[in-house]
Design a protein around this ligand. Structure first.
Ligand SMILES: Cc1cc2nc3c(=O)[nH]c(=O)nc-3n(C[C@H](O)[C@H](O)[C@H](O)COP(=O)(O)OP(=O)(O)OC[C@H]3O[C@@H](n4cnc5c(N)ncnc54)[C@H](O)[C@@H]3O)c2cc1C
Length: 553
């Protein structure tokens, strides 16, 4: 296993400044991570720079589904449905502990988006296009069966339902596993490393970047033959730093999507639901452990890209939608336990509303040679990466006689995802129950660890067992073991990295954080040799994020 500890930052920075990289990727969301893995696995020398933490942009703020994109069938985006459907299978195969099959119920309602025949045919076409395996193909239900599947649904407008399979994921952990796998293939990836300027050849072609370390303030120069801008919602901002002239007249169109989290007992659904909203849109309600989350909105966005917020209006809209479809629950603002807001980096199309904009990815190249990629889906990240790396390899080949290699990522299991088959995750847990008991951990903790850290669980478990020799609070021992792993193997440097992107605790178990903040801050200081001032800064920053998920402006 590669050691990518936060203490290794210094060495990583030295490596980044040595020699010239074949490709430098700006952005450590799923798009940049996928490009780094694809290119590194084809033998290229890769650097990836991320200005915040990995996945801190949109890639930790999605609906957290690896899905075939049923919605896009309605917009006749047949090619997109086929591609993401196939990709869904590949992501599942390569990272099964983070991609969990989940039954999704689509209730058919009077004057809803989908009629009974259209749904039946649509889901059938979807099964075929997306290559859905037989056991997961759609089942159509009558009104009674639909109501039995989900007793909380309103029945006065219910006409039936369609049951199909989607896959639930943890978007941030998936991104981090891709980054770690890229490391295994030799990529050098650094978080808190912002690209603030470009370096040019005498012919005004980009040949490097100026990077500012957001933790130390230090600035360094890094050279590369090719540079890809995968900065998600910041793609246009990065393009503006470049003095090259855009070849295509394209720009981003950002739309905001909000999700609200409530305790599971407040919205105790039997399975995930994809339901009609009174204004004609569709929304998800997804049970997850002790919570259920509901979303999303889709509104034009023009404010700060760095910190999209959930507004009172977003809250009102989502609660109204949920209370309309599940009338017996009547959720209020007081029931919300967390929230997140993310920005879709879509490509602008004149005259189209947020929901009508295509989710397809597009590549634009500037006269300086800067290649930018935007649009797309979490689900399709691997294919997007393949397209862009193919393009980069061809241009390198012309100029440097670079050995062209085929994409291999279809068959690269991500670190943590190295199970004998996707179905083997449950066996993996079963086979380790005794070991876990011997180490003082119960089945629930083991399951939690495996669904977070996959085949890397034994490393975390051994550390927890060692910590438990001295720490009598079991929950704290588990958290400290996780923290040790995340710091030493996942470049986790701050409380936010840990509580948001490494464990998802801020979204799904926010209440448990209060008593953990101080001991985790102390432990993090020890593990990363933070000064008292740095520790205080990390605490202040985290408290702000801790409050923000419950502040609705
Ligand atoms: C509400 C919502 C729900 C969604 N649901 C789903 C879903 O369920 N399934 C699905 O498949 N897709 C979904 N998507 C789409 C998916 O989340 C995005 O397509 C994907 O996460 C975009 O990833 P990205 O890497 O392009 O952008 P990001 O994740 O935003 O990554 C870009 C990164 O670039 C970094 N960066 C910016 N500027 C610089 C710089 N100067 N130097 C260094 N780094 C920089 C940023 O900090 C950021 O981390 C959803 C999107 C939204 C908004």
């Amino acid at each position: 296993m590669i050691n990518v500890s936060a203490a290794a930052r210094k060495e990583l920075k030295i490596t980044l400044q040595q020699g010239e990289f074949d490709l430098l990727v700006i952005g450590g969301g799923i798009t940049g991570a996928g490009i780094a893995l694809d290119a590194a696995s084809r033998g290229m020398k890769i650097a990836l720079l991320e200005k915040q933490d990995f996945a801190a942009g949109t890639s930790s703020r999605s609906t957290k589904l690896i899905h075939g994109g049923l919605r896009y069938l309605k917009q006749l985006e047949v090619k997109l449905v086929m591609e993401v459907g196939r990709e869904r299978e590949i992501v599942y195969k390569n990272c099964p502990h983070l991609v969990i099959p989940e039954k999704m119920l689509l209730p058919l309602v009077k004057e809803g988006t989908y009629g009974s025949l259209a749904t039946s045919v649509g889901l059938w076409v979807y099964d075929k296009l997306a290559g859905v395996k037989e056991t997961e193909q759609r089942v159509m239900l009558d009104k009674e069966a639909t109501a039995q599947h989900e007793p909380l649904l309103r029945t006065d407008i219910l006409e039936g339902g369609g049951l199909y399979t989607e896959y639930r994921t943890d978007d941030a952990r998936l991104t981090i596993e891709v980054i770690k796998t890229a490391f295994e293939y030799g990529a050098v990836c650094l978080n808190y490393a912002e690209v603030v300027d470009f370096i040019y050849t005498p012919k005004e072609k980009v040949c490097g970047v100026v990077m500012k370390d957001q933790l130390s303030g230090e600035t360094v120069e890094i050279r590369a033959k090719r540079i890809v801008n995968a900065a998600g919602p910041w793609v246009d901002k990065v393009r503006k730093i470049d003095k090259g002239v855009p070849r295509e007249n394209k720009r981003l169109h950002l739309t905001k999507g909000v999700h609200l989290v409530v305790p599971y007992e407040k919205l105790p659904l039997q399975q995930s639901i994809y339901f009609d909203v009174p204004d004609g849109r569709m929304m998800f309600a997804i049970p997850r452990g002790t919570s259920t989350y509901i979303g999303t909105t889709d509104t034009n966005y023009h404010d700060s890209i760095d910190s999209p917020q959930t507004t009172k209006e977003d809250v009102k809209y989502i609660l109204h939608a949920a209370n309309y479809m599940f009338p017996s629950i009547q959720l209020t603002e007081a029931d919300i336990t967390s929230s997140w807001a993310g920005l879709r980096p879509l490509i602008h199309e004149e005259g189209k509303s947020p929901s009508e904009l295509s989710r397809k990815d597009e590549i634009f190249v500037s006269s300086s040679g800067l290649i930018s990629i935007a649009g797309g889906k979490l689900t399709g990240y691997r294919k997007m990466a393949q397209r862009i790396v193919d393009k980069v390899m061809r241009t390198l080949n012309k100029k440097y006689d670079f050995p062209l290699k085929e994409c291999m990522t279809e068959n690269i299991a991500l670190t943590g995802g190295r199970f004998s088959s996707p179905d083997a995750v449950k066996d993996y847990i079963y086979e380790r129950i005794e070991e876990a008991y011997n180490k003082g951990l119960n089945k629930k903790v083991l399951e939690y660890l495996v669904y977070n850290y996959g085949t890397n669980t034994p490393v975390v478990m051994d550390k927890i067992a060692a910590i438990m020799q001295e720490e009598s609070d079991k929950e704290l021992a588990v958290v400290k073991g996780e923290l040790w792993y995340c710091v030493n193997f996942e470049l986790c440097s701050t409380l936010s990295d840990f509580f948001i992107r490494r464990t998802g605790r801020l979204f799904f178990r926010r209440k448990t954080i209060e008593k953990l903040i101080q001991p985790v801050a102390d432990e993090l200081q020890k593990l990363t040799q933070q000064t008292d001032e740095e520790k205080q800064q990390a605490l202040t920053h985290f408290y702000k994020e801790f409050e923000e998920v419950m502040t609705f402006a």
